[in-house]
Ligand binder design. Structure first.
Ligand SMILES: C[S@@+](CC[C@H](N)C(=O)[O-])C[C@H]1O[C@@H](n2cnc3c(N)ncnc32)[C@H](O)[C@@H]1O
Length: 198
């Protein structure tokens, strides 16, 4: 990997998406013994595709420390938290004026609902499951959204959903306080180290 050291450089910053709502991801059904990697990937996708943070339904310090390390090096803001009572979290989210989108293969396909979801300026909590998802989420959700009606993965479903919801922000993304940045290259790896503190 090639590192280029640059100091005192101001990068043309692409403004963070200006939206009337914020998006958070609630990861439910996390099983610490077997889901560390996939839940970490849910968090990585949430951050890279423009969500403001991820809430996990149990305390898993390993997942938290992996994602925190990514934020430390590649920038933020991206908020990480745990809830021991995800039902209560959802109820409070709705009572606070937010809405809930549950990604499920049993839902209505994305193209049929995405415009309505985008029109609403309420903050959005995107729920993704692991194994069997309790009925509660199907009922509390404002939208049960399918990325096709075949089983695949919470990581893929989240990526496709955020790509559409945030108008491809992943391709224009910018993160504050990044210590390293990539210079897109046709060949090879070009990485700028913007801080020595790494
Ligand atoms: C491995 S799946 C398990 C699904 C589980 N059998 C259920 O009760 O829904 C894990 C998660 O991936 C997401 N997912 C999988 N396929 C999907 C699809 N076609 N559309 C939307 N989300 C999907 C959902 O969030 C789901 O909870």
């Amino acid at each position: 990997m090639e590192y280029i050291f640059i100091y005192n450089v101001t990068y043309s910053s692409i403004l963070r998406r200006t939206l009337t709502f914020e998006v958070y991801v609630l990861r439910i059904g996390h099983r610490p013994a077997r889901d560390k990697r996939i839940t970490t990937h849910v968090g990585l996708v949430a951050r890279a595709f423009g969500a403001r943070g991820m809430i996990l339904d149990c305390r898993d310090e390993k997942v938290l420390s992996s994602l925190s390390m990514v934020c430390k090096n590649w920038g933020g803001p991206f908020h990480l938290s745990f809830t021991e009572d995800p039902y209560d979290y959802c109820i409070k989210w709705k009572n606070g004026g937010g809405e809930i989108i549950h990604l499920t293969m049993y839902g209505i396909n994305l193209p049929l609902v995405i415009n309505d979801i985008k029109k609403s300026c309420k903050n959005k909590l995107v729920v993704v499951g692991a194994e069997k998802v309790p009925r509660f989420y199907y009922e509390i959700a404002d939208w049960n959204v399918a990325i096709g009606n075949q089983p695949h993965s919470e990581v893929a479903a989240l990526a496709v959903f955020l790509l559409e919801l945030l108008n491809g922000w992943v391709f224009r993304s910018s993160f504050e306080n990044a210590k390293i940045k990539i210079i897109p290259s046709e060949k090879g790896k070009r990485v700028i180290k913007v801080s020595n503190d790494i």
